[in-house]
Design a protein around this ligand. Structure first.
Ligand code: S3P
Length: 432
């Protein structure tokens, strides 16, 4: 499927965005590990979160989707059933990595794989700690790539682990395995990554303690089913925030968005770039902070983005590269080498595609250097099958001089079903 982006227009009105992808995955997985019923409201029904539900069903978990709610009947910490067939995580890194953490503590054998992109992504970062805890795992490339086969063990050894990357997926996999370990499992993070797992485990009754960058979880503490209300996804809202910032005369209100401080790097960056936005109606919803965000068009300026900020803005860098191309002056992004092992090599791909539009953007080993302010030309662009690239390029198309086509646009279904109709309702001119 292709998307035609006709430039111009402004973004006005109010909207909500689909539920948070990270929180939706965790609500389903932790609900399955709990005892009793869990009900999830505003579960994000993009392809990635549906992959999590499909894999859980393959492990014998009863899940019902009814009137927009997801009902899960928990299996308890180690009551999962041996799957009859290969589990398919699709495009979802969160599904495969978090599920491996759960499977490590189950008395069963399972094989898990994913699509072409997922099978290229590094799995050693979760395989190694889980093996140290006592799970047996085999896979391609000496156990580093999917398909992976795992034989779990319900009495894992606790681990004190210092991951070399600031990854919420690695941290979560080890914490999930820690639920079935005898004693206390510790993760010492190199920098803060999203903490939705810690917050949700606490809500479900886990014995979990957080002390700065150190997270400790006690094994064999039973979890109880809960009602979860998932806030809107700030990573999805980011595309709209950037569009409204760079399209003149825009004024947009996005309601009910998660503003967990481990995710709000995008707001800090946009603020430093000179974006005009207001955070209103701040409140707590099921252990997560939520707010309404109002954003108005403004003149942006280039800035430096690096260091500990990177894990808190990791998924928003493609669309921030578009904001940087529209801004005045230089933007330099460093310490972002992790972007090379996302659904695509997002550094390489953003450079290739934005250069087709005439942007002044250069690839660095660990980031990007962008000189903003050049008028972008309409072009035929490739999404590379990566949802966040497809959406970032759509926003770039809106500020180009002529029409842009985004090829292979259907990949946006991974995280933001309804992205094009929503943007069209707010004033953008898009045609499928
Ligand atoms: C996620 C963690 C991040 C992020 C991904 C979702 C999660 O990945 O990029 O989109 O839900 O835990 P890493 O843990 O690999 O940094």
């Amino acid at each position: 499927m292709q998307l035609r982006v006709i430039p111009g227009g402004k973004i006005t009105g109010s909207c909500t965005v689909p539920g948070d992808k990270s929180i939706s995955h965790r609500a389903a997985l932790i609900g399955a590990l709990a005892e009793g019923a869990t009900t999830i409201k505003n579960f994000q029904q993009g392809a990635d979160c549906l992959s999590t539900l499909r894999c859980l069903r393959g492990l014998g978990v009863k899940i019902k989707l009814e009137n927009g709610l997801v009902h899960i009947t928990g299996k308890g910490l180690n009551g999962f059933e041996e799957p009859e067939d290969i589990l398919d995580a699709g495009n979802s890194g969160t599904t495969i990595r978090l599920l491996l953490g759960i499977l490590a503590g189950q008395d069963l054998f399972a094989v898990i794989t994913g699509d072409e992109s997922l099978r290229r992504r590094p799995m050693g970062r979760v395989v190694h700690p889980l093996q140290k805890m006592g799970a047996q795992i085999w896979g391609r490339a000496k156990g580093l790539k999917a398909p992976l086969a795992i034989k779990g063990f319900p009495h894992l050894a606790p681990l004190s682990y210092r991951p070399s990357v600031a990854s919420a997926q690695v941290k979560s996999a080890v914490l999930f395995a820690g639920l079935n370990a005898e004693g206390t499992t510790t993760v010492i993070q190199p920098a803060l990554s999203r903490d939705h797992t810690e917050r949700m485990l606490r809500t479900f009754g886990a014995a979990i303690e957080v002390d700065d960058l150190t997270v400790r979880i006690q094994g064999n503490v039973r979890l109880r089913g809960q009602q979860v209300d998932v806030p809107g996804d700030l990573s999805s809202a980011a595309f709209l925030l950037v569009a409204a910032s760079i399209l003149p005369e825009s004024d947009l209100l996005i309601q009910n968005v998660g503003i967990n401080p481990t995710r709000t790097g995008v707001l800090e960056v946009l603020e430093r770039m000179g974006a005009k936005f207001f955070v209103k109606n701040e409140r707590m919803q099921g252990g997560e902070p939520v707010a309404d965000l109002r954003v108005q068009a403004s003149r942006l300026k280039g800035i430096e983005i690096k260091g500990d900020l990177i894990p808190r803005v990791i998924d928003e860098i493609p669309v921030l590269a578009v904001a940087a191309a529209a801004a005045e002056g230089f933007t330099e992004i460093s310490d972002a080498v992790e972007l090379r092992v996302k659904e695509t090599d997002r550094l390489k791909v953003m450079v290739l595609e934005l250069q087709k539009m005439g942007a002044d953007i250069k690839e660095k080993p660990d980031g990007l250097r962008i000189r903003g302010g050049r008028t972008l030309q309409g072009a035929v662009l490739n999404s590379w099958g990566d949802h966040r690239i497809a959406m970032a390029l759509t926003i770039a198309g809106l500020i180009a001089k002529s029409e842009t086509t985004i090829r292979d646009f259907q990949c946006i279904e991974v995280s933001f079903p309804g992205f094009a109709p929503l943007l069209r309702n707010l004033g953008a001119c898009l045609e499928i």
